[in-house]
Design a protein around this ligand. Structure first.
Ligand code: DAH
Length: 360
């Protein structure tokens, strides 16, 4: 008996040490400690022993079981560690190699939509204007007829930079693309027809808000501009963007400090297979803010509001993209997940063109 147990112990520990895979180790475990296992069989013999025998053999057999259990656990950890090491070593990327010939990513849906918008508006005679993302208070608020005490300032959840030197203007991350209206009117002589797509920032975050988001601003300054021009432009733009002729707009009276009158624009949607689809008029979704540029804004830019009028509009680009592609969580825009891009049908070689259909 003595030699049996010692021998078994030696054999089992040697086999455990020699096991080269987790599978091999598992079959060893079953062989030793399973229901029909060798160690289990020894344990079963304890019941039939005399008390004296049991007193001497019991600790040895239990000791054997513990030793084998421990050895298996240790070997298992070693094998798993080695497997992880091997995987880490195999997954190393050599950054000096040329990139994979088949492109993996794609133009981001937001960039894609911005390109589409630039195409659509270029066709209508608009050029693209830009402005800084770090703005001063005057361009972001004051010149847009939002004075210091105006409640709209509180509504913008502005990210301010720390106070500057005495007398220096407060700097902030622009809360909308509207300051580009101001920069354009200050720099350029009318007639003006611009769009300004770009990044904007507000301290807000949930499924439909991210602290950084994208807007597009539109501005037309000329003589004899009316609300009719505004409505036609928006209708033409939305029909081209959603690639449907049955786009119905609803202008709701609203308030923005920089326009008078102001209107919020809803676009009609219908329900297809339980999902909202732009087009028709079963329900209404707000898509943009707009209005006739306030005379005070025109005057703040050094132009005579008696001579020049115009319209402006502002719209969330991320929201436009979500509506067009049926995406429901804005936060996914910033995850950089290839599977998400592919799910929505974006491929590496997508380039929007008017001839191919902007959504092609
Ligand atoms: N700047 C507004 C916002 O961020 C959107 C907006 C509304 C822009 C009306 C406009 C406009 O140009 O006319 O909420």
């Amino acid at each position: 008996m003595t030699t049996d147990i010692d021998q078994l112990r030696q054999d089992l520990l040697a086999s455990v040490d020699a096991a080269m895979s987790l599978d091999a180790l598992e079959s060893l475990r079953v062989h030793a400690l399973g229901k029909q296992g060798a160690v289990t069989a020894l344990l079963k013999t304890l019941g039939k022993m005399s008390p004296e025998e049991r007193q001497s053999e019991g600790p040895r057999i239990h000791g054997l079981r513990e030793a084998v259990t421990e050895a298996i656990a240790a070997r298992k950890a070693a094998l798993e560690g080695a497997a992880l090491e091997a995987r880490l070593a195999a997954e190393v990327k050599d950054m000096t190699l040329p990139v994979d010939a088949t492109p993996q990513g794609s133009v981001h849906p937001v960039s894609q939509v911005m390109d589409e918008l630039a195409e659509i508006f270029a066709d209508l005679g608009f050029s693209v204007a830009t402005g800084p993302e770090i703005e001063d208070d005057w361009h972001n608020f004051t010149a847009l007829n939002i004075p210091d005490t105006h409640p709209a300032r509180a509504m913008h959840d502005t990210f301010y930079f720390p106070e500057g030197e005495d007398g220096a203007q407060k700097m902030l991350l622009r809360t909308h693309t509207s300051p580009v209206q101001i920069r354009t009117m200050v720099q350029q002589k009318p007639p003006i027809r611009i769009i300004a797509p770009g990044r904007t920032y507000r301290s807000d975050s949930d499924a439909t808000h991210t602290p950084m988001f994208h807007q597009i601003e539109g501005l037309v300054i000329d003589k004899g501009i009316t609300l009719g021009h505004l409505k036609w432009t928006l209708e033409t733009f939305l029909k081209a963007f959603f690639e449907r002729d049955d786009i119905v707009l609803r202008l709701r009276p609203s308030y923005f400090p920089f326009t008078e009158p102001s209107a919020e624009v809803d676009v009609g949607f219908s329900i297809e297979k339980g999902k909202r689809v732009i087009g028709g008029s079963e329900g209404w979704m707000e898509v943009l803010g707009s209005g006739m540029v306030h005379p005070k804004v025109i005057a703040a830019c050094g132009l005579d509001p008696e001579e020049w009028q115009g319209f402006a509009f502002g719209c969330g680009i991320d929201r436009l993209a979500m509506l067009k592609y049926g995406m429901d969580d804005l936060r996914a825009f910033f995850d950089g997940d290839l599977r998400w891009l592919r799910h929505y049908g974006f491929s590496a070689l997508d380039v929007p063109t008017l001839s191919g259909g902007v959504g092609a």
